[in-house]
Design a protein. Sequence first.
Length: 445
Amino acid sequence: MEVKGIMIVMKFGGTSVGDFERIKNVASIIKSNLNENPVIVVSALGGVTDNLISIANLSLTEDEVRAIFNKIIEKHHTTIEKLNIDEKIIQEDINRLNELVNKIITVKKTTSQDMDLLMSFGERMSSKILASYLSAIGIKALPYNAYDIGMITNSNFGNADILPYTYQKLKKNLSSVINKGVVPVITGFIGKSKDGSITTLGRGGSDYTASIIGAAMGASEIQIWTDVDGILTADPKIVKTAKSIDVVSYEEASELALSGAKVLHPKTILPAIEKNIPVRILNTFNPSHKGTLVLNRTAEKSRVVSITYKKHIVVISLSNRSMLKNELLKAASGVLSSNGIFEYSISASESSVSITIDEKEHTPALISDLKKIGNVESSINGVKVSIVGNDISFIPKISDLISSSLKGIKIEIMPSSESNINHSIVVTERQANSAVKRLHTAFFS
Ligand code: ASP
């Protein structure tokens, strides 16, 4: 079954549904887009997923755990009361969550499966609240748990991925809902495995839900509504003059997500690329701003789009005088992949290679494997600052510009010119903000 006319997906993140006023604001944004057949995807109310996770913190006392549970319930009840809707809509979820909390308190341990079940309650409740408020203001809307309409995943708890027939099921179920004139309000972030266990798609995964649904439906646009005016030239907390960018390519957007920009979940862009669907990032706090449009290509060639940063980076230097540069590179890459590390950058000088990885991946097992190849030195707690943009290697004198703007800043690794979309440096945490500011000035003013 096909949807008659166009349709869009609108995803609202946690801060956009942070309290009753924000929810009212979201409802009015939805109302002004009703002629585009919106399918709504919603995150948990702001902060709720973090609170749910802390329920499983085994170092807390029973009283502390119950206090967190009560805080979560109170937040939802206050929101419901202020929106003047029926509090019974979330009673079933509260009962189930209460059972799980009791189990965690008694058994004093949680599996990754329990964690996903625990985290799922945020979206299960927020979707009911938003749908019920939409109905209260006269919009025909219904809440759906994504897994009840086809979001079926593998059993990779904490970071699940969809099974191939998910698209087909979502399309069939959602088309019939939309064709009845109903606005579906769907839980972001969660799915179910084939054996019926609730799974999650990774933190921040509601963006990914939105894009999976957009791809399944052949949507004309996937809108990610957040709390900034789209993708910016830098983090506005560091660079006050950061500006929003009108259009970025899919490649730029995914590179930005991978190099620390918080606006999009890194996997979001994949389903959109697959079906060539534009993704638009918009601001619920400033809805008239046109935000950033992510497309398969941009008109501009060779440009810097943004300066991003990623904290908690380790730089490992590996040297072995009796090995050739290429041999050393190959051996180091082999060790990284046999340790399950696939997100890293590596660059080589004549005598050593520098490997940049996330602190989480810096394990004793990795170091001991690298020591079998050569001499290893690690410098920890660095910040990776990235200059991202299409074809940046073709920007004349880019390396000179980077070095001259960073005079006086200690750089652990200089960019290798091998990547055409990202030149990164690693600096100390103390100098990171200054590096971001100076690079921003060099490229954007
Ligand atoms: N609520 C989930 C999280 O906080 C998913 C999301 O908001 O996208 O990670």
